[in-house]
Design a protein around this ligand. Structure first.
Ligand code: PGA
Length: 238
């Protein structure tokens, strides 16, 4: 819930002007603004290779669900991606993995790629339950019929989001290997599923994190609000 029209326009322009063909040839870059700016940002990125997504969608198909936004609507206005199950929604909106799964399912059904977020809290990690929690979130949140082509996983330790604390590359490597292994239980093409890391990723730590085995990209929060930082992170992935 950041930005306004003026600052969003400025950010989008700086991104569109600043991303290089080198970046766009190698990386899939997407921006996920708040709902009210999504159409505007889709328009602004037209003709670029920067895709647009939303930060959430409804678990329902359509109809009398005041205040909700259907996956089909997001697709209709030009979205490619939608984030589902972000820890802030799991925490502040009491979203269960079952609900996240229904949202992801709606997204896939309507041709959007859900970015399904999982991650443990500090207490869960300290209690040695991080893999149990993330494993259960994966099993509960990934819909039947998912594949490497139609969904993305984002591992975001809750204690690292917006806090400036980043998981160590060792922690990230261990958890991403666990996630990859867990995905192989149900998905034939689990090796190809993109697993993003998120949580205080910034230009200074991006190269290390993005070169960690099984880390296929980043989900960037705070640093994405500044074009030069976001683009520096993108370049660190090359
Ligand atoms: P952060 O946020 O990069 O500011 O930690 C990540 C997120 O909100 O997904």
């Amino acid at each position: 819930m950041n930005m306004d029209t003026q600052s969003a326009d400025a950010l989008v322009k700086a991104l569109a002007d600043g991303y290089s063909s080198e970046v766009s040839q190698v990386l899939d870059l997407a921006v996920c603004p708040a709902f009210v700016y999504v159409s505007r940002v889709v328009g602004a990125f037209e003709g670029t290779s920067i895709a647009v997504g939303a930060q959430d969608c409804s678990d329902k198909e359509q109809g009398a669900y005041t205040g909700q936004v259907a996956a089909s609507m997001l697709r209709d206005i030009g979205c490619t991606y939608v984030i589902v199950g972000h820890s802030e929604r799991r925490q502040y909106n009491d979203e269960s993995s079952e609900l996240v799964c229904q949202k992801a399912s709606q997204a896939i059904e309507h041709g959007l790629v859900p970015i399904i977020c999982v991650g443990e809290t500090a207490e869960e990690r300290e209690a040695g339950k991080d893999e149990d929690i993330v494993g259960a979130q994966l099993v509960g949140s990934i819909p039947q019929g998912s594949s490497a082509d139609n969904m993305v996983i984002a591992y975001e330790p809750v204690w690292a989001i917006g806090t400036g604390k980043t998981a160590t590359p060792e922690d990230v490597q261990a958890m991403h290997a666990f996630i990859r292994e867990k995905l192989s239980d149900g998905l034939a093409d689990s090796q190809n599923v993109r697993i993003l890391y998120g949580g205080s990723m910034k230009p200074e730590n991006a190269a290390d994190l993005l070169s960690t085995p099984n880390v296929d990209g980043g989900l960037i929060g705070g640093a994405s609000l500044e074009a030069d930082k976001f683009l520096a992170i993108a370049r660190a992935a090359l």
